[in-house]
Structure formats: structure tokens, C-alpha cells
Design a protein around this ligand. Sequence first.
Ligand code: MG
Length: 650
Amino acid sequence: MTKRFFHIFALVFATLVLTACPHVDPDGPDGPVPPVTPDDSWRNQASKEKLSGITYQLNVYSFADSDGDGWGDIRGITQHLDYLDSIGATALWLSPIHESMSYHGYNVNDYCSVNPRLGSEADLQDLISQAKTRNIDIYLDFVLNHSGKDNIWFKQAMSDPSGIYGNYYVFEDKPGESVTGGMGTWCSTSSGNVGYEGRLHFKLDWGKKTVTVTETTDAAQGPSSSASKWLYYGDGKLAGLYETSSGIFEITLDFKSEWGFLIRTSTTSWDSGTKWGGTAGKKVQFGTPYAINSNPAADITFGGESLSYWASFDASMPDLYYGPHAKASESSTFKDLAAAADKWIDMGVAGLRLDAVIWIYQNNTAANVSFLKQWYERCNTSWKARGGKGDFYMVGESWCDNAEKMAPYYEGLPSNFNFYYGFTLKDRIGKGKGDDFAKTVIYFQNLFRAYRSDFIDATFLSNHDQDRFASDLGRDIAKEKLAAAVLLTSPGKPFIYQGEELGYWGTKSRGDEYVRTPIKWTRSGSVPSSALNGKVDNSMLNAEISVEAQEQNQASVLRVYRDFAKARNGWKALAKGQIEEIISPNAAVAMWKMSYEGQTVLVLHNFGSAGPVLPLSNYKTDKLIVSNGMVTVSNGAVALGAYSSAVFLQ
Ligand code: MG
């Protein structure tokens, strides 16, 4: 059953007394109709430019399929630019377009390529050009933390770890500052036998913390019975070493172990400091001193092709290595990636979204920020050199535990995703509590401003790595519309995630694919699902959720996105304004003002299910810019129906 929403037309009389009358479906076929007033010249203050800064996040592989192969593609995006224009987009963030072993593209084989399944460089150039005619910029997703395992750099590094590409990744012999904590794992590529069988001489230099192993034909010794250091090997064998001079411990024995050996300083304890080993995967070179460590203390191995690399996410995504952060821009890795970025900037790409930036230096904020400063500076220089207007846009996926930990990333990048905005909004809508929302938004802004005065707060509801916002809201369409209205009337640079504008739901519990669902363009048409291996929720993709159906439905979620995007694009105070909290007279209602260059708007959102009447005689309520849900204006009071929103020009 389609819900019907009632708007109220405010009528201005000469006495400035407002009266109101209810009206059903006031929006004409071409968009929302402004409140009927004898004089609507105030509308001329709305800009004809696109001011909003709205970015639409889309998955290239599942947005629109131009050639019927079941994969979304770049030409599919170009074919739907009018749709993207209709929801006010001023930029598109494309999921990674490069050749990759995965459908989602986050393990990149070649940063200079376009994945043929998604299209060609010519297709991308055409998209950039056609988008530009609609004042839409193109941002690419750029993955700096790791490459794909099939990347030629990684293949060359594996075949010759001591060669130039060995420095592009984090191998076990140089964990350095790259691996100091956080998530991730060493991925072993060991093959063959890593143990040894034969007569060996061991010489432990305790002062230098090295052990030298030599093949020998000298007579074997039994273990020392008065040892303080032991060789641990084979099936739990312990052999006491002889102290042959101060700090030097030796033994010759018939050695047999399938896994290698360790040095121990206790026959009973395995506590830290009593077990000494090597660096994972680093092989013994006979006759050469081998450095030992107590933490970590990996097995000291003899042979095979053992090599381990660091991967923050999984084995298909080996982490890239840029050397010490202060000199990251001097690394070949950085230079090669910058050259790739230059190629796309030269083509007209106007921004980058950087994946997983907190893991580049393993959640070391200072190191990451140092790196990101260099990366941004490099790309912005390229942008300006090719005549780019203003500064290059760059937004980081700097997803930290909280906004306080994320804020320092503003020293490195002009824009960062504000995960905490969406978390807060979800929480408050769930609680029906709006009166502290503006205060929280301002709190976030002050955090960010401390690190960058011209910060660009990248607000959003959810993205491709999260459960859908609609699922979080219990698939309540009224709440989804409210969330859209709040997002598009908040300060910052709002991102709309593919399908959100249609009310898509989905959770990751069934697989990431279920939060990356293709757009259903027509009531009867199919969706491109090959990239997702058919993992689409057909119960959601019914005819009525399609773009075709929602464009014809005055009460659709899409309608609210279009209405509020249009308002944001036209009213500079909404798009660029400084937020000022208004103390709300009702706990459910969020209130704030937005002001820019002499223009001010009053923003009201009811986060609750009740219908409060707000005494607003101190504000102007005769010029309604945009609304959602039931909004009644009468004698200086505004009645807000459940989950409704209104924006008034001041
Ligand atoms: Mg296709």
C-alpha cells in the first residue's frame, strides 16, 4: 500500500498571518511545487548552479550493464548520467576500475589499466567528458595499502625478493615500521623442506645475538650437562651448548629436524625472553651469522622456498611498502603509483578515494598522516599542472574506532569519511531523539577543524562495506526518507551509496554481495548479477523498487532524494552554510540554522513517531524550501508529522 503524504501550503496574507490548508500530493510531475504564495520572488535566490557537492558512490560492476554480459560497466554509467544528474550528483565515486582478480576490484593487478570487463580507456574518457557537461566530476577509487597478488610487481618480487620489486612489499626480513601492530598477518609462501638432517656445528654468540651453523665432518658431541643455553630441535629435543669462551656457546651434533630449530635459555619455561628464534621465513645460510630475536621468535629454517609477506586484509592483497614514512615519496613504490595516478588525472579524473589508509603504516596515525601529506601534495601538484580548478579532491577511508582518532587524518587529507555521522544518525533515529544531533555534528566539525581549517566532512549513511542503512532502520521507509533528508541538509559533502536512494536493504551476514546490489532500472528488466555470482536478493528487487516505478511514485524514497538534492543544489546556505545549533523545544526534533553569504535557512527534522507542534514565532516560516512528510504551518507554529522534515528560508 502506497503511503500518502500531506503537505501544507502556507498562504501569506497582507497581515502576515499564516494560515494553512492540507493538500494531497502537491508535487507535480516535474518536481516539488513550491508553497503557493502571492509573491514567490524569493525563489530567485536559489542558484541555477549545482552547489551541493553530492557524490554518488557506485559499484561499476553492478550499477548498469551496457552490453548485456551481466557485468555493470563504464558505458552503463554514461548511459545513466541523466539519472545521476536527477539526484543532484556533482561527482561520482567509481569502485576500482583497474584489472583485478576479484569482482570488487580491490586487489589491483595494474594501476594503469582499465579492466576490460568494465570497459576501455576510451569509455572512461567518454564518461568523464559527458559527465562534465552535467557538472559531474569523476573520482576513482585508488588502493594504496596493498596491490593484488597477481600484480606484476608482486610476481617479480616473489621471484627475486632481493631485486627492485622486493622493496615494493613487506617481506619478513624488513618488517620495520610497517608492521608494528594492528590487524593483518604474515602470509607464508613456503614450499619444500625447511628442515635439515646431517652433522652440524652450532656457534651461538650471545653478545651479538647471532647463531652460525656450519656443515661439518668433525666428531659429534653429546649435550652439555651444565648448560645455560640449549638448542631446541626435532621432536622436542634439547641439547645443552658448551660455553667455549665468554658468551660463546657451541656444539657439534647429528641434527635431524623437519622444522628447523630454536635457542632456549630454559629447559622448562617458554615465557618471553626464554625462547630465541629468527625472522619468519629467513633461511639459514651455512657459515653466515644469523640474527636471533626473542620477540617474535620464528622457527629458524634451512631450506625450501620459504618467504612470508605481510597482508593487512588477506593473502590475495599483499601490503605495499613505501619505506620509512618521512621519505615515502622517494620510494619507487610511491613513484610508480603516483605515475599511475597522473595518468588518470591527465585524463580528467578530478578526485581519488583512498582505500584503507589507516593500514598503510599499520594503524600508526603519525606515519600514515606523514605519508598521506606527501601523496596528496603529489596529486594536487599534478592536478594544478594540468590546469585543474581549485584543489584536487581526495577523501580517505580513515575508518578508526572513533571520530577523535580519525580527526588527525585531516592533517594528511582534505577530506575523510565521517563514519561517526552515520552511526550517530542511526542511533538517534532509533531512539527517536533529535535534539542533540546538531550539537554532535558541530562537535565532529570542531574536532576536524583543529587539524585542518578547510576540512571537507565526507558525510554518508552507509557504504559497500557495511550493512545497508535501510536494514539498520528496520526497513522503515519513513525513517529512510528522514535519514535522506537529514543527510542532504547537514553540513559537509554528502555521499549517496548506490541503491540507498531507492531504499535498498541488505546485510553482510549473507555475504558482501548483498550490500552491493545492482540498480533495477525498470519494473520488468533484469539486473547485472554475473559479477556478484548471482548473489542478489530477488525478494527486494521487485517491480516497485525499480527506478521506473519510483520515478512515477510521488511517495517514493527516490522522490525525497531528488527533492532534497534539488534544494541543496539551489540554496547556498544548505550546500555551503555554517551550521548553528538551535536549542530544540522538543526532544525528538533536530533543529539548526545554516548560513552562507547572507543567506540563512532553518532546518527542522522530527526523529520521532509523534507529531509535535513547535512554537517558532522567532523564525520565518513563510518560505518553505523543501519538506518531507506532514508539515503544517500556522500562526508562527510548525507541526511536524512523524519523521518529517522542513527547511525554511530566513
Ligand atoms: Mg557489461
